[in-house]
Design a protein around this ligand. Structure first.
Ligand code: F0G
Length: 445
């Protein structure tokens, strides 16, 4: 039996990784990590995750499974910043689409796989809205350790992601249902037949995802920004970011945490509803989870399912809810929701600014804009939006937005309440004729 338990057998809560720092060797200051830059021929120092291994010291170097993840960039984005309503030089985009599988998930998967190797897992599974499955599949293919099994809601994942799971050779189980259904099933199956679970219920995933924040700090030469803005789905990232800052504070490596803004899509707005409307809070470790249970009962009674063009975050029952509440407490956080219209317009601005992203990622930029308009974020504050996944993950949404095919627009976007493609870059159709082609270029360029 190779099942690995990620829940407390007594209370059912998710487990958390805790370190006895007195037995580890954390740096005395963050700038010490700069030494690793000179050791890039060493795979553990090359990795954007493991070069911070002193802050996730759960594995021996020999156990680490790395495929060169975390080579990502923080880019100053003035044009997008202007759209958001920030002064020049104040908006930065952390582009996690540069990971080997094209999303931030590789940061977590390298850590989960390292643990999977430590426990000699033979089969690894996840439920996914697409990116976790792509990441699991690439690590299985490249690391050659375990066989990948992915559970997806049928018709619920974007084409780029499905293509990856299939091409990397994962056993792909399409369940007639959505992510929340797939998540429930994968946990049952993992228990029954013993599979290594690679979803963010796995606390080692979160250890890897902490490093996204270390890289943000590294890019800002160890200065803490004012805001981190992140899309919220299963709330693994938000939870990991909160843990990263809590530990850095505990170790005295930063003087203050940034504020955290978690952005839901309106059609999958559980966290927004619970935190901002029903006042669910961490409450020093004793959140009133009955508030969430009641809300879930209401959703079930109304037959309400998550629905958003940002399919990556089309989730109504986030498994990391409690840890995300802790992150909000650590980082004096806020939660907002944004419409699919706002998401797609922000996405087009991100693309035009030079870093394409998938719809869910653009929720961060749309959320920052909303928080600016509400006066919660000030124009001179330094804001980092996390672009969680690459543009090529979801070509359907992008082409429907920019294209001229009304039927496609209605089918993909119109049914979700998207009315306009405010920043569309329309393809120009011309006859196959030299003069006409040149005339079109002169007219439009
Ligand atoms: N952005 C993208 C591109 C994602 O794929 C996800 C989650 C999120 C944001 C939300 O992150 O769950 O940490 O709050 N995707 C998961 C998956 C659920 O299965 O790929 P979160």
């Amino acid at each position: 039996m190779e099942e690995t338990h990620f829940e407390c057998p007594r209370c059912g809560d998710l487990l958390d990784v805790r370190y006895d720092w007195s037995r580890a060797t954390p740096p005395r200051q963050l700038a010490e990590f700069e030494r690793k830059w000179a050791e890039r021929s060493e795979p553990l120092s090359f990795s954007g995750v493991w070069r911070f291994r002193e802050l996730l010291p759960f594995a021996r170097p020999d156990d680490v499974v790395t495929i060169g993840e975390g080579q990502t960039i923080l880019q100053r984005a003035d044009a997008v910043g202007q759209f958001v309503g920030l002064n020049a030089g104040r908006l930065f985009l952390q582009y996690e689409g540069l990971n080997p599988s094209g999303s931030f998930k590789d940061n977590g998967m390298t850590a989960a796989f390292t643990h999977a190797r430590m426990v000699a897992a033979r089969r690894a599974a996840c439920a996914s809205t697409g990116n976790t499955s792509a990441s699991l599949a690439i690590f299985c293919a490249a690391g050659g350790l375990a066989k990948p099994i992915v559970f997806i809601g049928s018709g619920k994942i974007a084409y780029g992601k499905l293509a990856q799971a299939l091409d990397y050779g994962a056993l792909t189980i399409q369940i007639v249902g959505d992510f929340d259904d797939a998540m429930l099933r994968v946990q049952q199956v993992a228990k029954q037949i013993g599979l290594y679970l690679a979803n963010s219920v796995n606390p080692f995933r979160l250890e890897g995802q902490k490093t996204i924040m270390y890289r943000v700090l590294e890019s800002l030469r160890w200065e803490v920004p004012d805001w981190i803005v992140v899309p919220g789905g299963n709330l693994g990232n938000s939870s990991a970011f909160g843990k990263a800052f809590a530990e850095l504070l505990e170790l005295g490596l930063i003087a203050r945490a940034p504020r955290l803004a978690i952005i839901n899509a309106e059609g999958a707005g559980t966290l927004f509803e619970l935190v901002e409307k029903r006042r669910l809070a961490w409450n020093d470790g004793r959140p009133n989870m009955a508030i969430a249970q009641n809300y879930y009962r209401e959703l079930d009674a109304a037959g309400k399912k998550a629905s958003t063009i940002a399919s990556a975050i089309e989730i109504n029952r986030p498994v990391n809810l409690k840890k995300a509440l802790r992150a909000l407490a650590v980082c004096d956080g806020v939660v907002r929701d944004v419409t699919d219209q706002e998401i797609l317009d922000a996405k087009a601005k991100v693309g035009a600014g030079g870093l394409g992203c998938e719809p869910a990622s653009a929720a961060s930029v749309a959320g920052a804009k909303l928080l600016r308009s509400q006066g919660v974020i000030r124009p001179d504050e330094r804001v980092v939006c996390i672009l969680t996944g690459h543009l090529l993950k979801d070509p359907t949404a992008t082409v429907a937005y920019h294209g001229t095919d009304q039927k496609q627009f209605d089918e993909v976007l119109g049914k979700r309440g998207v009315r306009r493609a405010s920043f569309a870059n329309r393809p120009v159709v011309v006859p196959n004729n030299l003069d006409e082609i040149i005339r079109a270029i002169e007219l439009y360029s």
